[in-house]
Design a protein around this ligand. Sequence first.
Ligand SMILES: Nc1ncnc2c1ncn2[C@@H]1O[C@H](COP(=O)(O)OP(=O)(O)O)[C@@H](O)[C@H]1O
Ligand SMILES: Cc1ncc(C[n+]2csc(CCOP(=O)(O)OP(=O)(O)O)c2C)c(N)n1
Ligand SMILES: [Mg+2]
Length: 323
Amino acid sequence: MTNRWTDGPGPRLRDVSEDELLAQIFPLLPRGGPVVVAPGDDTALVRTAYGSVLATTDTMVRGRDWLDEWSSPADVGGKSVAQNVADIASMGGRATALLVTLVADPETPVAWVLDFAAGLGAAAAEIEVPIAGGDLSSAPAGTLMVSITALGDVDGDPVLRSGARGGDVVAVAGTLGRSAAGFVLLQQDRADDDEDLVREHVRPRPPYEQGPVARSAGATAMIDLSDGLVRDAGRVAAASGVRLELSTELLRADLDRLTGVLDDDAALGCVLTGGEEHSLLACFPPEVALPDGWRRIGQVGAGEGVTVDGRPRSGGGWDHFHP
Ligand SMILES: Nc1ncnc2c1ncn2[C@@H]1O[C@H](COP(=O)(O)OP(=O)(O)O)[C@@H](O)[C@H]1O
Ligand SMILES: Cc1ncc(C[n+]2csc(CCOP(=O)(O)OP(=O)(O)O)c2C)c(N)n1
Ligand SMILES: [Mg+2]
């Protein structure tokens, strides 16, 4: 028996990019009302009777987002907090509560779940974010998936992806390329070559506090770098209707950190297209002095897309359905 939904002709998810898929999904969904910032940014902003709340969700799946050989359950818990709270930070906000969903094969050891909860709890406690609840659900053999929904507060207007203007400075808070370099070492069975890089991959430490700092300093646009510098810079460029012009000379310190561990091409690939670091990229008006913790990596110009050293650059970076 064939099923017309699952066995029929037509494009598969692997045939479209994530951004193309979302562009087809969004028109099917109702908008407006209390949802002040709609799907398309790092978080939504929803008006409430008392004010407003930032809301976002992010999922990790065993085999796609982590391998059990590389990541302890506590690492998975810590990383799932990081990727969600970084989205709140990238709006200029602070996380206020998390909801945690676990979908697991009944054969999953209880010990896995408890170590995951301990790692998640420790990461949340470190930034003083309480867990508000969650959900448990069973799954077919081998499946293990965790999903967090994060809520947050922002003082005043959030920083969107869409506010960058020609002449702005493009800046980054946090490191670039290290998580991806750690991922390469794990894949090549060379984890001992640089344990710090491997740790950045399994336990990223985003500069959460720099989100509100950038907002207060007047950032015009911001995003957390989950899918790679060029891909995520391209999202700011597209949302703002501008071009982000990056310079490898300004990325020298990031590249130098990887020298001796990876060859020059691989290091450049990690810095420009490596994901999962959850550092913050923001644009600032030219007259603003960059706050401590931020460094210039380029500028905003007229046009579209992203250039690196003056040449248009696209592709690369992470897309869930084209890993
Ligand atoms: N299935 C979906 N339905 C509606 N909106 C979605 C869906 N998946 C993602 N989005 C929205 O699309 C935007 C981009 O998602 P994503 O790439 O996951 O963001 P991020 O990289 O910041 O986590 C977000 O605003 C998110 O809320
Ligand atoms: C086993 C394994 N394969 C591939 C990767 C690489 N990887 C998985 S997700 C991802 C990008 C970020 O994903 P996520 O945080 O879910 O993206 P977002 O929805 O925030 O864009 C990357 C580079 C990995 N970490 N582990
Ligand atoms: Mg994001």
